[in-house]
Design a protein around this ligand. Structure first.
Ligand SMILES: [Zn+2]
Length: 61
């Protein structure tokens, strides 16, 4: 099983995989952030993890 990375919006690890008839599998966080819909739960996790990489990058002033 692939671990889900922390949410890029709230920074918490409360995201879980859900399924809907329209979207297929997708990752959803308690802060209402959602990942892209995929055909399988594994693909949904991969898509979520891929887009969370730059989350902690904050430009110093
Ligand atoms: Zn979140």
């Amino acid at each position: 099983m692939t671990e889900l990375k922390a949410c890029p919006f709230c920074g918490k690890q409360t995201a879980t995989v859900k399924h809907s008839r329209n979207w297929g599998y997708f990752v959803s966080c308690q802060c209402t952030a959602v990942g892209p819909g995929r055909a399988t739960a594994q693909a949904a996790k991969d898509a979520w993890n891929k887009r969370t990489e730059p989350a902690q990058a904050v430009l110093p002033l």
